[in-house]
Ligand binder design. Structure first.
Ligand code: GDP
Ligand code: MG
Length: 460
């Protein structure tokens, strides 16, 4: 899906003029990519309408704001409109429950058999334990033979206290006893694993409701197998009616699952996804948030990661932090800022990994070793060290020859001087400028998003 969406947007950046025809082609490509990924047909249709409307509105607004509209700006506006609508699709606009310290938070997992509940419960326990919560597991699955053994094995491996029974056959009784015991022992997070029948049978729903009434969960989590595709929507609606879950975890996204069905489930139930399961191991749990998910899908790198990184960098110096936040908000990002980011990167751990998460660099860093990444970074910094202050404070266009319409046609004398002065090639200078431009385009597009994503950290 990501590849196709990315291609669609790639076509947009190649187009020399952004007219209705180009926009329609983009929308068409997006639609077929989403359908192929199993996103619900109705949802895709409404998305198409919304994207068209948002693009039109944004372009009109930009046009009336007084500044002439360049094709490159138009592309950015279209790209942002698409991005925002895709984010809105996976963002139900409601916040899930967050466990708090100082009380026993009860979480209950529901979902059909084989969805990944037991595995996910253990992953969650490990996650919250790492966050400093005293965490434990309760096995309320008396339906499946060996269910308690499975949970016991997982819990033991992860060194998580657990509760269950080989003899008691009433899941409600086990759940109540387990939760009560752990409440008394003042555990912070008590995770209740339930059974799931093959389908959403009424018996299962009744059992879920009864367990829920007995343990009064702070959050009920529906565990959804990504590979069920289109069936995700019906299944999650049915569960929503009977158990009113407050969060979704989508599992098995590491396989060949398309994941689009899961997106449809979110839209259908207006419930946030909080985590993704990406493997059978205890650590294969990823936090989910709409913006990073969509940017990854679109091959834009992990924006949240980038902002977190920038915040870390800026944290060491509060004045700088303010300045950087302001720049991002205003969409200003000069070469000097780029240089600062890069030089901080030089002193960080796994360079290639960090660099590949940064939009301007992700393409250039594919399959590059840490060592190569380091020398590449150094050369980029050399280039900027050969610039004068005016150049550093610019967005990089100062190095370009412009045509009569103000569009860049190539490098000018300054670029050649900088290449000579830094002992690099003109090609490297050009590359560095392209990357800085991608970054600054991103900063522009990010606009207030930096702040939005700070507040939207659901799962902490
Ligand atoms: P339950 O019946 O809902 O409790 O499901 P289980 O936790 O027993 O999981 C069913 C199967 O799915 C097991 O073989 C798990 O190892 C596997 N599984 C669970 N989550 C994931 C995941 O995120 N990725 C993969 N590849 N397998 C998973
Ligand atoms: Mg189970």
């Amino acid at each position: 899906l990501g590849k196709r969406l990315n291609n669609a947007l790639g076509q947009l950046s190649k187009a020399s003029v952004v007219d209705d025809e180009v926009i329609e082609a983009l929308v068409k490509e997006l639609v077929s990519a989403l359908l192929e990924a199993d996103v619900n047909v109705k949802l895709v249709a409404s998305l198409r309408t919304k994207i068209r409307a948002r693009v039109k509105k944004s372009l009109e607004e930009a046009e009336t704001s007084g500044q002439g509209l360049r094709e490159s700006n138009k592309k950015q506006i279209v790209q942002k409109a698409v991005f925002d609508e895709l984010v809105a699709m996976v963002d139900p606009g409601t916040e899930p429950y967050k466990p708090v310290k100082g009380k026993s938070n009860v979480l209950m997992a529901v979902g059909i058999q084989g969805a990944g509940k037991t595995t996910t419960c253990t992953k969650l326990a490990v996650h919250y334990q790492r966050k400093g919560f005293r965490t434990c597991l309760v096995c309320a699955d008396t339906f499946r033979a060996g269910a308690f053994d499975q949970l016991k094995q997982n819990a033991t491996k992860a060194k998580i206290p657990f509760y269950g029974s080989y003899t008691e056959t009433d899941p409600v009784a086990i759940a109540s006893m387990g939760v009560e015991k752990f409440r008394k022992e003042r555990f912070d997070v008590i995770i209740v694993d339930t059974s799931g029948r093959h389908k959403q049978e009424s018996e299962l729903f009744e059992e879920m409701v009864n367990i829920g009434n007995a343990v009064k969960p702070d959050m009920t989590i529906m565990v959804l197998d990504a590979s069920i595709g289109q069936a995700a929507e019906g299944q999650s609606r049915a569960f929503k009616e009977s158990s009113n879950f407050g969060a979704i975890i989508v599992t098995k996204l590491d396989g060949h699952a398309k994941g689009g069905g899961a997106i449809s489930a979110v839209a259908a139930t207006k419930t946030p996804i909080i985590f993704l399961g990406t493997g059978e191991h205890l650590n294969d749990l990823e936090r989910f948030a709409p913006q990073p998910f969509i940017s990854k899908l679109l091959g834009m790198g992990d924006m949240q990661g980038l902002f977190e990184h920038m915040q870390d960098v800026a944290m060491a110096n509060p004045d700088k932090q303010k300045a950087m936040a302001k720049k991002l908000e205003e969409g200003k990002f000069a070469l000097r800022d780029w240089r600062e980011q890069l030089s901080t990167l030089m002193n960080m751990g796994s360079l290639s990994k960090i660099m590949s998460s940064i939009p301007g660099l992700s393409g250039a860093m594919e399959g590059v070793s840490d060592e190569d990444a380091g020398s590449k970074l150094k050369r980029m910094i050399f280039i900027m060290d050969s610039m004068d202050n005016t150049e550093l404070d610019s967005d990089g266009l100062i190095f370009m020859k412009m045509d009569s319409e103000g569009l860049p046609t190539g490098l000018n004398k300054r670029a050649f001087r900088v290449a000579r002065g830094s002992g690099t090639s003109v090609k490297e200078v050009e590359e560095m400028l392209t990357q800085a431009r991608a970054m600054s385009g991103f900063a522009k597009m990010a606009g207030g998003m930096a702040n939005a994503s700070k507040e939207k950290d659901w799962t902490k």
